[in-house]
Write a protein that binds this ligand. Sequence first.
Ligand code: KIV
Length: 265
Amino acid sequence: MGRVNTAAIRRMKKEGRKVVCTTAYDAAFAALADGAGVDLILVGDSMGNAVLGFESTIPVTVEMMAHHCAAVVRARPSALVVADVPFAVAGGSFERLLDACAVFMQQSGVDAVKIEGGEDMAPKIAALCAAGIPVMGHIGLLPQRVLQLGGYRRFGKSEVERVQLIADAKAVEAAGAFCIVGEMICHDTAEAISAALNVPLIGIGSGLGCDGQIIVSTDILGLTPGGGPPFAKVYADLGSAASKAFGDYAADVREGRFPVTTPKQ
Ligand code: KIV
């Protein structure tokens, strides 16, 4: 099978196939996700919380993103690789946004970019698509606006929010996005958004009515200190396994059982 492209992601909705997406921030985990048959790898700015030790995605810069995107691309995945456009870049001048996307595509080698925002961001998404840059949208909870929101919450419960979210999704699709992430959206509203779109709605905390799912990889691998969000299922507790391995190693070093030597050495 060849590399997944944006046309293949769009087609999956028509064919009734769920789009499987996750995040990766380095070559090792990108290779593991890709080997398991994931369709799309997002180098999310969630790496701020997930692996860089920040408290939110806000401190993540274009330079940090470019470095981690290049590592993921070096795994040579068959999955489509998408770079998250970090905080304050899409909201600034179009030239700065275009420059950041050019860095991700030309220097890091990703296939597409993701931008948080709905109707407000549609003109810039259209201009990027016109410049040949494939764009994944992101509506609902926008983690880059968490300080403005005053915390994380679910979206699309009230009629006003439901109507706005459908308008956001349609505007981002009309601008040319090949799929749209819908984060923390009430499940019935997410279903309505999916029904209103031709491109896949990729849910995160938005229920089964979406056309695919994305999850932060560290949340399903037991690597999020204190546990991930309630909707994330832990498929493997790598955190406990790694902690035990480090403990066993430390004990072996202290008690002279490591390194293991053979008579020849
Ligand atoms: O940064 C990220 O990982 C994301 C996902 C939560 C969709 O935006």
